[in-house]
Design a protein around this ligand. Structure first.
Ligand code: SF4
Length: 354
């Protein structure tokens, strides 16, 4: 029986995914792919990766771009702080490192938005540094193969996974090993119903032999998901709509949205005129409110957004708030907006017969 690292790399050579960022040792392109794939499936992230490296072929090109353009290219991927950090990181590499990525995980981690996983991925894929890149896939494979019952989302459990992976990778090429175990976790040892019946590790897999596959990896309790209630007011005055830019530490910072009324509980659209924000915005005007409301639930990792879009027509410009931007309908698509608003622009507003 071959050792686990060889079984994994043999499996990878026969089954691994052909992905464009695996055919390069350019740390910039590898880094772009890793940032995009942090909370995104490969199939969804691939076109974004291609668009990014086509639009910004070098880290200097990305650093020189306005952040609004970067956010626009990122639109639809979610977790927009990744795009802002990516832009900030590009400027750091361009200025502090003269456009060349450093090679060690420790130096890479001094760059904004690069944590232990991304630093390890870039160092091993681009520079063949023998450091394990531990993500959820790697945790799952290691926990099941070794029968690790410590929760992998604790510092102690993570450390055990990392030490095991480091030991495994000592006998093979670091970039090959990291790619192999990641793909193995993503394609073979998947979270639900892993393919144990055709698995090259089943002879050595502790979880398989002990009937613990469904129980591993162990995780500590997840935080509760928070419900939020967003009513977007799609105000139209002639050919003009209104947007505002999100600020502060909340979700979607820097993105644009329609004027928002957030309430503690679900609020019917015909109750919104009683809110303080509505009264302030439409003081002195007589808005016509459409009874057609576009509503959806938008799921984020720790938040569930109950979103409704309420269409309002006014004959004279509303008072609004200080940050409101008057935008012509044909220009709405040029602003970086959260995905839920982009979907509305594609569908809900298409039904707008103004
Ligand atoms: S036998 Fe099953 S649980 Fe064990 S490594 Fe293979 S796919 Fe994963």
């Amino acid at each position: 029986m071959k050792p686990i690292p060889s079984l994994l790399t043999d499996w990878y050579r026969a089954n691994g995914r052909n992905l464009p960022w695996r055919e390069t040792s350019d740390p910039y392109k590898i880094w772009v792919s890793e940032i995009i794939l942090q909370q995104t499936q490969v199939a969804q992230g691939l076109p974004y990766y291609l668009a990014f490296v086509r639009t910004y072929p070098t880290v200097g090109d990305l650093a020189a771009a306005p952040v609004e353009d970067v956010l626009k290219l990122w639109q639809g991927l979610g977790y927009y702080s990744r795009a802002r950090n990516m832009h900030r990181a590009a400027r750091t590499v361009a200025e502090r490192w003269h456009g060349r990525f450093p090679q060690t995980p420790e130096e890479l981690r001094t760059i904004p938005g690069i944590g232990p996983y991304t630093a390890a991925a870039v160092a091993s894929f681009a520079f063949k540094v023998p450091v394990p890149a531990v993500d959820g896939n790697v945790c799952r494979v290691v926990a099941r193969c070794t029968g690790l019952t410590d929760p992998v989302d604790t510092a102690a459990g993570r450390k055990m996974v990392e030490e095991t992976a480091r030991g495994w990778m000592a006998s093979v090429e670091p970039d090959l090993f990291n790619q192999a175990i990641m793909d193995f976790g993503a394609m073979q040892c998947v979270p639900a119903a892993p393919h144990c019946d055709v698995c090259v590790l089943r002879e050595v897999c502790v979880a398989f032999k002990a009937g613990l596959v469904a129980d591993l990896p162990a995780k500590k309790m997840r935080p509760k998901v928070r419900d939020r209630y967003f009513s977007y007011i799609v105000v139209r005055c002639g050919g003009t709509y209104y947007l505002q830019q999100r600020t502060g530490k909340d979700i979607w910072c820097g993105l644009f949205e329609f004027p928002l009324i957030e309430t503690d509980v679900e609020t019917a659209w015909d109750r919104l005129p009683a809110t303080e924000a509505w009264q302030r915005w439409f003081r002195g005007t007589v808005p016509t409110v459409s009874s057609e409301v576009y509503a959806c639930v938008h799921q984020l990792t720790h938040q569930r957004l109950h979103v409704q879009f309420v269409r309002v027509t006014v004959g004279t410009a509303p008072c609004g708030d200080a940050g409101w931007l008057a935008v012509r309908r044909e220009d709405l698509g040029s602003y970086a907006v959260p995905r839920v608003i982009d979907r509305y622009l594609q569908t809900g507003i298409a039904a707008d017969s103004f």
